[in-house]
Write a protein that binds this ligand. Structure first.
Ligand code: 13P
Ligand code: SF4
Length: 357
């Protein structure tokens, strides 16, 4: 039962004390978040993985790419544990290293490798945090960098200072929304289709490209629509619409604000008057915010609520299982990134951590 699980998790955490740190993403269900020593967005959780080098284990309640990142950033003798190994991210799976390498080869053939008069190389690869360690490693090896939804503009500025153009993967929407807000015209942001030569683009389009977008997307965030926003505005005059930048561009344009999961929480926390908020992000987080701020009316833009099914795979039962194993001295569901990949991935992650103003 839930009470039994609660007692088991608490007992295991008490027994382990400072030997373990439990990290939780904002999208985790309440029954998991309540045991987290730190809850945050993916940028904050990357920093949290660096913060406790003396802990033996980091139990990461989130998805696979986050645990991989934690392993790359944490101390060598720390183990990072993903309570359920089936907690992946469908967006991260949309860019595989072979397709990206093939794309890179075609871009090199087209643009060459020589820097221009200002010393900017032809293409800088930028990967969204929501990607495999292999892609982060690819970026580290090719002068590139990682971004999250909370620092994407800072990172793109970093990349534009060093490159004539950017290859951005896997999330087309974060790439498009961020570049557009920085003034890059849509006609200079072609998409890359890995199944077609030159991504399906003609020479003129590629000549004019500033940002080349991969075709990935988040199946949770692509569900939000402008119609939902119109309806919320009609039914709730004065409503403030806040969405995640993984939403399609028309949705971000129609919203009052767009930002990371941390941005959305902080925007609500900052409201001094009772306010109605319609939110375009994962439902577990929206429901938690609604409970946390009873003075406001907070609801999801999408009436057919859709959780992130893979985040949801971290059930408290798995948390109890991995914590109890640690108490017995056993490490299960450990996520380890091969040193050959981790070293260049660390370079790309460190560039991101340093680019943050
Ligand atoms: P944040 O970086 O905003 O936490 O987003 C992570 C994520 O997976 C959103 O779908
Ligand atoms: Fe991946 Fe979307 Fe889930 Fe975030 S919400 S972990 S991008 S599937």
């Amino acid at each position: 039962s839930a009470d039994e699980l609660d007692a088991r998790i608490r007992a295991a955490k008490d027994a382990l004390g400072d030997r373990v740190v439990v990290l939780g993403h904002f999208y985790q269900r309440d029954e998991v978040v309540r045991y987290a020593d730190f809850v945050g967005d993916s940028y904050q959780l990357a920093n949290a993985a660096l913060a406790r080098p003396e802990a033996e284990a980091i139990v990461f309640c989130g998805v696979h790419f986050m645990a991989e990142t934690a392993d790359i950033l944490s101390a060598a003798d720390q183990s990072v544990i993903l309570p359920n190994l089936a907690a992946g991210c469908s967006m991260a799976d949309m860019a595989d290293i072979d397709s990206v390498l093939e794309c890179w080869e075609q871009l090199e053939a087209r643009y060459g490798t020589e820097p221009d008069a200002e010393g900017r190389v032809p293409v800088i690869p930028v990967t969204y945090m929501n990607s495999s360690a292999a892609l982060k490693g690819f970026c580290g090896e090719h002068g590139g960098i990682v971004c999250t939804s909370s620092n994407a503009a800072t990172v793109l500025e970093w990349a534009f200072a060093r490159g004539q153009r950017v290859l951005f993967f896997p999330d087309q929407h974060l790439g498009r929304n961020t570049a557009k807000a920085m003034g890059v015209p849509l006609e200079n942001m072609p998409m890359w289709n890995p199944r077609k030569p030159l991504g399906g683009n003609d020479d003129a389009t590629l000549d004019a490209a500033r940002v080349i977008l991969w075709h990935g997307f988040c199946s949770v965030h692509k569900r939000f629509t402008v119609d939902q926003i119109d309806r919320a505005r009609a039914e709730h005059p004065g409503v403030r619409v806040l969405v995640h930048p993984e939403c399609p561009m028309p949705v971000v344009d129609a919203a009052d604000g767009a930002g990371s999961t941390d941005y959305i929480g902080k925007a609500i926390a900052a409201a001094t008057e009772p306010t109605t908020f319609a939110i375009g992000t994962e439902i577990n987080m929206v429901n938690r915010l609604a409970q946390q701020y009873p003075q406001h009316e907070i609801f999801s833009l999408d009436p057919v609520v859709c959780p992130c099914s893979t985040m949801y795979r971290i059930h408290p039962g798995y948390l109890a299982w991995v914590l109890e194993a640690l108490v017995r001295g056993e490490v299960i569901n450990r996520i380890t990134v091969d040193a050959a990949v981790a070293a260049p991935a660390r370079v790309a992650l460190d560039r991101m951590l340093a680019a943050r103003p």
